[in-house]
Design a protein around this ligand. Structure first.
Ligand code: MG
Length: 119
């Protein structure tokens, strides 16, 4: 039996780069589970939830992590048994478990001057 799809989505620099894509994605898998995982502080909870509603993003949970804790998102991937994770920052991606398929999103903030090609 196929694994049920469980997808995590970062907000800033990822979901905010292409709302229409994520709206379509999150509404395309009726059996899928979608988790928003953001480094935004809980003080932005209301704004974040309003933003998701405005853009018709379907989700099953939102997690607010410390943006300087590079391991937090990887730990949530494990805890939530995610298959797929969308993220824009290398520091988070480095700590995502190997069995999670990562889609890295390019945005203006962290891909300037070919910096993303380094390493
Ligand atoms: Mg981000």
């Amino acid at each position: 039996m196929a694994k049920k799809i469980r997808i995590g989505i970062d907000v800033d620099g990822t979901l905010t780069e292409y709302y229409q894509f994520f709206m379509r994605l999150t509404n395309s898998f009726p059996d899928g589970k979608f988790y928003i995982i953001t480094g935004r502080g809980e003080e932005f909870k209301r704004d974040t939830e309003n933003e998701l509603k405005l853009h018709h993003i379907k989700y099953d949970g939102i997690y607010y992590v410390d943006p300087t804790d590079w391991k937090a998102k990887g730990e949530l991937c494990k805890k939530l048994k995610l298959n797929i994770f969308f993220e824009d920052q290398n520091e988070h991606i480095e700590n995502i478990p190997d069995d999670v398929l990562v889609f890295r999103v390019r945005n203006d903030a962290n891909f300037k001057n070919g910096k993303w090609l380094d390493q």
